[in-house]
Design a protein around this ligand. Structure first.
Ligand SMILES: [Cu+2]
Length: 301
């Protein structure tokens, strides 16, 4: 792939037109959307690195080329075939060569997009074994070998909240969105419609296997900064993974229309240092989830 990325182009655009800049500057804040945002949320996992590289180094170039070709064709038609320039229209209705070209060319374009895209998609669904180099990473970012998972979490979608089960430690809880009153009282710094009572807590730099299922209707577990989106289907366990390299809080949302409160069942993942996680886990797995969360938040702030 070319080292000259679309990001470079957008960066020079911002340099030329600083007025475009504010959204991009605050986009550095990880894990949630920001007003005026036009790009992805910043990546904190190998999968999201591949997704962003796929977008910046390939997809945006293809899209830009297509837009320019269509624009040129439109201009040619407007200039050469308007009523004044071309008073007697041609009565041609078929042209085999043109039809072959406009069928074969888009097929080739789709192939060029599909092949690396399938690599990135397969990576999301292939849990690391500590040896495999990811295809998306090979194409877009060099060698990335991810250690085997040491933590398995089952995420269950309900109408309309998420349940998290720590499979290795055999405890679970549910995570429900805070309404505005609760948020103002408990987590005023967190965003509206994304803050939850009990966040999903995981350690940093740890491969986490995520089993995704549903208890009632279809849901989908998605966290943009991690580059994962997995359907939650009743009586099935779908599998994905992430390995977050930065502490912080990362928000996602249910991404499969599941009923009237579909928009109100956010996902909040709290990535913390290993010792903070160990302390949290010890208390939470003994049944004191509220105390564990309060201690954890106090140790972060
Ligand atoms: Cu939903």
């Amino acid at each position: 792939m070319t080292g000259f990325s679309f990001r470079l182009v957008t960066a020079s655009l911002f340099a030329a037109f600083p007025a475009l800049m504010p959204a991009a500057a605050s986009a550095q804040q990880a894990g949630q959307p920001v007003p005026g945002q036009i790009g992805f949320q910043p990546s904190v996992t190998p999968i999201m690195d591949s997704v962003i590289a796929f977008h910046d180094n390939l997809l945006m170039w293809v899209i830009t080329a297509i837009v320019l070709v269509v624009l040129v064709l439109l201009i040619v038609v407007i200039v050469r075939f308007n009523q004044n320039a071309n008073p007697t229209p041609s009565k041609v209705t078929h042209n085999t060569l043109v039809e072959v070209v406009w069928t074969v060319f888009p097929v080739l374009v789709l192939f060029v997009i599909a092949i690396p895209s399938f690599g990135v998609l397969a990576d999301q669904e292939t849990v690391p074994d500590g040896e495999r180099t990811y295809l998306g990473a090979q194409i877009f970012g060099g060698e990335v070998v991810v250690p085997e998972p040491t933590l398995t979490i089952k995420a269950t979608g309900y109408q309309w909240y998420w349940g998290y089960e720590y499979m290795d430690d055999e405890f679970d809880y549910v995570s429900i969105m805070l309404n505005e009153e609760q948020r103002a009282a408990n987590k005023p710094d967190q965003p509206r419609l994304l803050a939850v009572d009990n966040e999903l807590v995981v350690p940093v730099n740890t491969t986490v296997r995520v089993l995704v299922t549903a208890a009632d209707v279809l849901h989908a577990f998605a966290v943009p900064s991690f580059g994962i989106k997995v359907d939650a289907v009743t009586s099935r366990n779908n599998e994905t993974w992430f390995n977050a390299r930065e502490t912080g809080i990362y928000y996602g949302q249910c991404s499969e229309l599941c009923g009237k409160d579909h928009a109100f069942m956010p996902i909040a993942v709290r990535v913390v240092e290993q010792d903070q996680y160990d302390a949290w886990l010890a208390a939470a797995s003994e049944g004191d989830l509220a105390g564990a969360n309060a201690t954890l938040l106090a140790s972060i702030e």
